[in-house]
Design a protein around this ligand. Structure first.
Ligand code: S6P
Ligand code: ZN
Length: 187
């Protein structure tokens, strides 16, 4: 009989609820109350239930190693909903080390990913179960749920990338995704 042990994997991606399970998975929730200034219609946001979940983020960083060469993986689920006419979305960020790249892949639902370069030009791609998105160096990234079911997507990025949210708070994205009687529109 073989002496070589067979281990269980570090992580499991649950296909039924799109959740990562594993010992050191970190899970956090962003609620309406935590997203001040993110949506264009701040009065509508203030009038909503502040505890309403907008998106959940799960991340796993192997052995807490943020040295160059390490990778992190995560899963984000954006619930369906709107603030005013603007669809629920992530805050969006540039990496603190802005030359770090990332992959996103769609797992469930429908939406759009916004990829904005240093000049403020936005590339918009459709996101759906099976779609794969390359986030190039120096590109801020945000995902918008334009559908009526949760939009879930996976992500894999260099562990030393970090997050720069301040730049988005100051400058915002040049493209927003609003609902209209003809469906989602970019403004
Ligand atoms: C990390 C990666 C994702 C996002 C997550 C939430 O580099 O891009 O894990 O952190 O989708 O988005 P945000 O913009 O609120 O961090
Ligand atoms: Zn990122």
């Amino acid at each position: 009989m073989s002496q070589i042990p067979i281990h269980t994997p570090l992580l499991v991606f649950e296909p039924n609820n799109w959740f990562l399970t594993g010992k050191e998975v970190n899970t956090s929730l962003k609620t309406i109350g935590q997203l001040k200034g993110v949506f264009i219609d701040e009065n509508s946001r203030i009038a909503m239930n502040q505890d309403l979940p907008v998106y959940s983020v799960q991340t796993f960083q192997p052995s807490d190693d943020s040295a160059p060469g390490g990778l992190s993986i995560g899963n984000t689920t954006i619930y369906p909903g709107k603030v005013g006419n603007e669809f629920f979305m992530t805050r969006g960020h540039l990496h603190a080390k802005a030359d770090r790249t990332e992959f996103y892949w769609g797992v469930n639902g429908n939406g759009l990913i916004l990829l904005m370069n240093n000049d403020g030009d936005c590339r918009v791609e459709k996101m759906f179960a099976g779609s794969i998105h390359y986030i190039d160096r120096f590109h801020a990234h945000r995902v918008v749920n334009t559908g009526s079911v949760p939009l879930s997507f996976g992500a894999c990025w260099p562990s030393d990338a970090g997050h720069n949210y301040e730049i988005i708070e100051q400058l915002g994205f040049t493209t927003r995704v609003m609902d209209s009687k003809h469906g989602p529109v970019l403004i």
